[in-house]
Design a protein around this ligand. Structure first.
Ligand code: F6R
Ligand code: MG
Ligand code: MG
Length: 364
C-alpha cells in the first residue's frame, strides 16, 4: 500500500500575498530530500500555488502518520525562519500552534491524504487553490463523480455505472454523512450546495469502496478563532480505469465557478484555472486560482508533474474568470461581491461594526 499525502501552508507571501519566494521552495526540497534519503518518504515534489507551499509526498507510513506530519511541520517552521529573515509578508501565517502535537490537523496547515494499492497505471491529479476556502471543491467533485453531462463514463463505462459515494463533512460541527450517487444526489445537493458549511471530504468507487478523491477541509478561522487568511484547500483525485478519465476530472474547471475568498477572504469571485507559473493572484489579491499537478505513480515514485492547466483549452475559462471578475468588482463593497454578513463574521469586519453598535438607537 502506498500513501499519498499533500500537506500545505501559507508561511509567508512574496510580494504581499501574491506568490512564493524561491528560497522557501528550495528549503522545502532540501528537507524532503533528506527524509527520502532516510527512507521516511518514497518520493516527493515541492511546489506552490500562489503564496502556499505545497508538499506532495508518497510513503508507506499510512494516513495521519506522526513522522510524516512532523516532517511537514518542521519544514514549514524552517521555511518560516527564512520568511522572517527575508521579511516576507505574513511570515508563519498558518503556523497557529507553538509546538507540534502528533498531527498537523487543527494546527493551521491543510492536508489531504489517501492510502491505496497502486494499480498497473496510476494517474493522480493534485489540485491546489489559493485565495479561496474549503468547500470550493464541492461543485467540481459533484460534476466529476455524479454528473453525466460532465463525465460520460458514468453512462457508458460499465466499471463506473454503479456511481460513487460521497463523504460530506459539516465543517463547523465536525459531523459527517455518506451519500450514494446517483440515488441520493438531490439530498446531497441540499447540503453541498452550501460550500461555506458543508464540504465533500472523500469520494469512493461503488461498489468496490476504492478511494477516488480526498480533499482538505481544514477551516483556518475555526482553528485560530479569528481571520488569518483563507483555507486555500487541496484535492487529490485518482483517475482512469474505474475512475473518471483525466479529461473528465479536469472538465469542471473549464467553468470559472464563483467561490468565497479573493481580497481579505471577504468576497465572491471566479475560480481561475491557471499554470503554476501564473498562480500569482495580483488583481485585488486574486482572482482566486486553481492549479493542477498531474503525476503517474510508479512504485510510489511521482513521475511528473505535468502542469495540467498550462493548456490553451483553458484560455476561455481564464477569459470568463476575468469577465466575471470585472462584473463582481463593479459591486465594490456591496453584496453579492462582498460575502453575506454571516460569513463576514469570520473576517476582520466585526471589529469595525462593533464600534458602530453604541450609535444604534431605536426607530420611533
Ligand atoms: C486573502 C489574503 C489577502 C489579505 C490582504 C490583507 O486570502 O490573504 O487578500 O487578506 O492582502 O492582508 P494583510 O492583513 O496581511 O495586510
Ligand atoms: Mg497569504
Ligand atoms: Mg494563500
Amino acid at each position: 500500500m502506498i500513501t499519498l499525502s499533500v500537506i500545505k501552508a501559507d508561511i509567508g507571501g512574496y510580494v504581499g500575498h501574491s506568490s512564493m519566494h524561491p528560497e522557501l521552495i528550495a528549503k522545502g526540497q532540501k528537507n524532503l530530500e533528506k527524509a527520502k534519503a532516510k527512507g521516511l518518504l518514497t518520493d516527493f515534489h515541492v511546489t506552490r500555488c500562489g503564496d502556499d507551499l505545497q508538499l506532495i509526498m508518497t510513503h508507506e507510513q499510512g494516513e495521519g502518520n506522526e513522522r510524516v506530519h512532523k516532517l511537514a511541520w518542521d519544514t514549514f517552521m524552517d521555511c518560516t525562519a527564512i520568511a522572517k529573515k527575508l521579511k516576507l509578508h505574513g511570515a508563519g501565517q498558518d503556523m497557529l500552534s507553538d509546538a507540534f502535537s502528533g498531527n498537523v490537523k487543527g494546527m493551521g496547515p491543510g492536508s489531504a491524504e489517501m492510502e491505496f494499492e497502486e494499480r498497473g497505471s496510476e494517474p493522480v491529479l493534485i489540485f491546489m487553490a489559493d485565495k479561496t476556502s474549503s468547500g470550493a471543491w464541492n461543485m467540481p467533485l459533484y460534476k466529476i463523480f455524479a454528473d453525466p453531462f460532465n463525465t460520460i463514463g458514468l453512462v457508458i463505462a460499465e466499471n463506473m455505472h454503479a456511481g460513487f459515494s460521497f463523504e460530506v463533512h459539516e465543517m463547523k460541527k465536525h459531523r459527517k454523512m455518506i451519500f450514494d450517487a446517483p440515488e441520493e444526489i438531490y439530498d446531497m445537493l441540499a447540503l453541498i450546495g452550501a460550500p461555506g458549511r458543508y464540504a465533500v471530504k472523500a469520494v469512493r468507487h461503488r461498489p468496490s469502496g476504492e478511494i477516488a478523491a480526498v480533499s482538505s477541509t481544514d477551516k483556518l478561522y475555526a482553528i485560530a478563532g479569528k481571520y488569518v487568511g483563507k483555507d486555500d484547500p487541496v484535492l487529490i483525485v485518482r483517475s482512469q480505469g474505474s475512475f473518471p478519465a483525466v479529461g473528465e476530472v479536469l472538465e469542471p474547471f473549464a467553468f470559472a465557478q464563483a467561490v468565497q475568498g479573493w481580497m481579505r477572504g471577504s468576497h465572491f469571485g471566479p475560480l481561475m484555472p491557471c499554470s503554476i507559473a501564473q498562480s500569482n493572484p495580483s488583481r485585488f489579491d486574486g482572482p482566486p486560482r486553481v492549479v493542477c499537478a498531474g503525476f503517474q505513480l510508479s512504485g510510489g515514485m511521482l513521475v511528473g508533474p505535468l502542469d495540467m492547466f498550462d493548456d490553451p483549452s483553458f484560455d476561455e475559462a481564464r477569459r470568463q474568470a476575468n469577465i466575471a471578475g470585472d462584473y463582481f468588482r463593479r459591486h465594490g463593497p456591496f453584496e453579492p461581491h462582498r460575502l453575506p454578513l454571516e460569513e463576514m463574521e469570520y473576517t476582520t469586519m466585526p471589529k469595525v461594526t462593533k464600534k458602530l453598535r453604541g450609535r444604534c438607537v431605536p426607530i420611533d
